[in-house]
Design a binder for this molecule. Structure first.
Ligand SMILES: [Zn+2]
Length: 113
């Protein structure tokens, strides 16, 4: 289950960042996850809640923003959102579509006290 290791990573980074900023309590952690990262959000939240016990993030919540898949056609430059794993340009039908968004997994903000 790779959601557990992702949750652990997020937690580690959040705790390190909070400590570097002399924060005592983490309240919220915001993450952006692209649809292509293939992360099951419910599993991630579940793992995060289990792993945060006993840390300064114990009472924090994980706020997940899902990022749609965005592709740019290399033939005609058309940019479109894609839902799923088959990419063909909706303007010219080319299969030469470059993914420009949707693979990311980033912590965007950490709310501390
Ligand atoms: Zn095109």
């Amino acid at each position: 289950m790779h959601e557990a290791s992702i949750a652990q990573n997020i937690l580690d980074i959040a705790i390190d960042t909070a400590k570097q900023n002399d924060a005592k309590i983490i309240k919220k952690v915001f993450v952006k996850i692209g649809k292509l990262a293939a992360v099951d959000i419910n599993s991630l939240l579940f793992a995060f809640d289990a792993l945060k016990e006993g840390t300064i993030a114990e009472n924090s919540t994980l706020e997940v923003e899902e990022v749609l898949i965005k592709g740019e056609c290399e033939e005609c430059g058309f940019i479109n959102n894609y839902d799923g794993y088959f990419f063909s340009c909706k303007n010219c039908n080319s299969l030469n579509v470059k993914i420009i968004e949707g693979e990311e997994l980033n912590i965007t903000e950490i709310e501390v006290e």
